[in-house]
Design a protein around this ligand. Structure first.
Ligand SMILES: [Zn+2]
Length: 101
């Protein structure tokens, strides 16, 4: 039997206790908030591609999560988005400098 993860909405086996894709517990359907998963996805993406775009996405998701009864995830995502966005931009500058030289 398959069911959908309440957090990331991917199809998972109905017998599993934790979603293999996002690691969320499948027993607490009430706490399912896809924006938590989306926020962390934006943050990881901001390290690798288009830091300003994904950094803003991560911050927006963080603010959204703060208003949706997930204040801890929200604050963590805003802080992580800022840090990862800056790191991503610095890495981008370094890569650009190497390519130019
Ligand atoms: Zn999941």
């Amino acid at each position: 039997m398959l069911k959908k993860c309440s957090v990331c909405h991917l199809s998972i086996d109905s017998e599993v206790v934790f979603c293999p894709y996002c690691g969320s517990s499948t027993k607490h359907k009430k706490s399912g908030n896809p924006c938590i998963f989306l926020g962390y996805t934006f943050i990881i993406a901001s390290l690798m591609l288009f830091p300003p775009f994904f950094m803003v996405g991560g911050i927006v998701c963080g603010i959204y999560n703060m208003t949706k009864a997930e204040p801890v995830h929200g604050v963590v995502q805003i802080v992580l988005a800022l840090i990862c966005g800056v790191i991503g931009m610095v890495l981008g500058e370094i890569v650009a400098a190497i390519i130019i030289n």
